[in-house]
Design a protein around this ligand. Structure first.
Ligand SMILES: N[C@@H](CCC(=O)N[C@@H](CSC=O)C(=O)NCC(=O)O)C(=O)O
Length: 278
């Protein structure tokens, strides 16, 4: 992997890298915040941040304001891109923002032409951690968190891989892609119309199917324009209640879907993960 840029922040380093991904069959960029505790080669625990629709590795790095607390806690943050990129990577036919480039939905596509590149699930779960743990001072103590499409990615990836992550959290997640327009479009095109294949990428379905318990925190703004039609947090709330799954959902009056909301509560998420990572 090649270092593209490196700037100091709160005593740590905000770095951007490029590498050729065998999983995604293209060149990818990602960002990593390395806290000061990593500077002597000491391996630090790591939280993987999964961004939402339209994002690259830069949105969280520049808008969330996570570096100060991550530096204090000694936790690295990995910020991957949200889809494969580059020449030959197919996009939505109408260049819509909710499918294709910037909208990988953290699944491994099985349908042509998407399956040649769109394998974000395996990229996040396997390729990226292996690359980083071999080349950077980060340990295999991992947490995963994300926003919106990335909140869906974080929750489903954690529930499918409880041994690989100690904790999971999400801002404004799509809790049941099987039951909202963004998810139905993406899963239909990436995985095909047989909804049986969608269930392991649907947080509500996974919880209802008896997913193993792990520390889980969800924050949702009540002034979020996407709440009623796309996010549907109430479906998760109901599934948690009916199965006795012990997650915390916090609702915040007045907060919308933006990074202003994320920046307000990111400290809570980092402290939540640090408690489980250390
Ligand atoms: N352009 C779209 C909305 C796109 C949007 O709001 N993206 C969110 C994530 S939404 C779910 O995954 C985001 O994080 N945007 C980047 C940012 O820096 O804010 C529309 O017009 O509705």
């Amino acid at each position: 992997m090649k270092l593209l840029s490196s700037v100091q922040s709160f005593g740590g380093l905000q770095n951007q890298y490029e590498h050729v991904s065998a999983t995604l069959n293209c060149t990818m960029q990602f960002s990593v915040f390395l806290p000061p505790q990593a500077s002597d080669g000491h391996k630090v625990p790591v939280a993987y941040w999964l961004s939402g629709l339209t994002c690259t590795d830069q949105n969280f790095a520049t808008k969330a304001g996570a570096q100060r607390v991550a530096a204090e806690l000694g936790v690295a943050i990995v910020m991957p891109d949200t889809s494969p990129r580059g020449k030959g990577v197919p996009d939505d036919a109408d260049k819509a923002y909710d499918f294709g480039l910037g909208a990988g939905f953290y699944v491994d596509a099985t349908q042509t032409p998407w399956n040649a590149h769109y394998r974000m699930y395996s990229y996040i779960v396997e390729e990226l951690p292996a690359l980083l743990e071999a080349n950077l001072p980060v340990s295999n103590k991992r947490a995963v968190f994300g926003h919106s499409m990335g909140g869906h990615g974080a929750l489903t990836i954690a529930l499918n891989n409880p041994g690989r992550y100690v904790s999971v959290s999400a801002f404004s997640p799509i809790v049941s892609p099987s039951q909202c327009p963004w998810g139905q479009k993406a899963l239909g095109l990436y995985l095909g119309e047989d909804q049986a294949a969608w269930q392991r990428h649907d947080t509500v379905a996974l919880i209802r199917a008896g997913a193993p318990q792990m520390p889980m925190l969800v924050d949702q703004g009540l002034a979020d324009n996407f709440l009623a039609a796309q996010l549907k947090t109430e479906l998760l709330e109901k599934a948690l209640e009916e199965t006795g799954y012990p997650a915390e959902i916090r609702y915040h009056p007045g907060y919308d879907h933006s990074y202003y909301f994320i920046a307000t509560f990111i400290e809570d998420h980092l402290r939540f993960h640090a408690r489980h990572l250390q």
